[in-house]
Write a protein that binds this ligand. Structure first.
Ligand SMILES: Nc1ncnc2c1ncn2[C@@H]1O[C@H](COP(=O)(O)OP(=O)(O)OP(=O)(O)O)[C@@H](O)[C@H]1O
Ligand SMILES: [Mg+2]
Length: 218
């Protein structure tokens, strides 16, 4: 089977803390796919939370600063899943059914890391909600960009003001990072990339890991 045939209908997800380099890495993944022979029309990009008109509205709610009212942790969790279902049903699944490769900027792991590790919601509860919302749907391959929160935030800060989530303590991000790291250990179809490396080194690491994954596909 050709590389293009092997890759058809695959969902590749990039995960990592703020400023880890996810948006940058999506370019590297696209370059790699094009090297494998795909054309741009065969690649779809999504981001979470968001990615459809209604899911972007839900993203706005999560990022809103409302005086005198805090978004409850479980409300945040459920909005994340509402947005994710909306994206998966309206964008991701149709694109995969159309044999496109979908590259996701964040997916399910972000809820386990942020709402679970960060906010302290029980991971088994999140997994139950995930099962109700999405069933067994999941990424075919997950690249986790691992970075120290301080470095990621410094990179993100270079772009301007921090939002509500970004302003939360470094501790929060360290707990989130620990969950991401454990998820990589538990999921065979995933790898960790050292995101503190230079642009070129990160690109090379990503390409090497994608090559290995492609070889493993039947
Ligand atoms: N390997 C790298 N070395 C140095 N700077 C980098 C590297 N990768 C990305 N950056 C820079 O760090 C900033 C954040 O990168 P990027 O937007 O790709 O991260 P992100 O994970 O998508 O962030 P966010 O979570 O905020 O969407 C950008 O200014 C980007 O140019
Ligand atoms: Mg980004």
């Amino acid at each position: 089977m050709s590389a293009v045939q092997k890759l058809a209908g695959k969902f590749i997800v990039i995960e990592g803390l703020e400023g880890a380099g996810k948006s940058t890495a999506i370019q590297y993944i696209q370059n790699w796919l094009i090297k494998q022979g795909l054309v741009e029309a065969q690649i779809a990009l999504t981001r979470e939370p968001g990615g459809t008109t209604l899911a972007e509205k839900m993203r706005e709610i999560v990022k809103m600063d409302v005086q005198g009212e805090q978004l409850a942790d479980k409300a945040e969790l459920l909005i994340m899943y509402a947005a994710r279902v909306q994206l998966v049903e309206h964008k991701v699944k149709p694109a995969l059914a159309d044999n496109k490769v979908v590259i996701g900027d964040r997916h399910n792991w972000s809820s386990l890391a942020y709402q679970g590790g960060g906010r302290g919601i029980d991971l088994s509860l999140i997994n139950e909600i995930k099962q109700v919302a999405l069933g067994d749907f999941k990424a075919d391959f997950t690249l986790f960009l691992d970075i120290e929160p301080e470095l990621g935030l410094a990179r993100a800060r270079g772009r301007g003001e921090l939002d509500r989530i970004e302003r939360l303590a470094i501790d929060f991000f360290n707990r989130s990072r620990a969950v991401f790291q454990q998820l990589v250990v538990d999921e065979p179809n995933s790898v960790s990339i050292d995101a503190s490396q230079s642009f070129n080194q990160v690109e090379e690491s990503i390409h090497t890991q994608l090559d290995k994954w492609l070889e493993s596909l039947l």
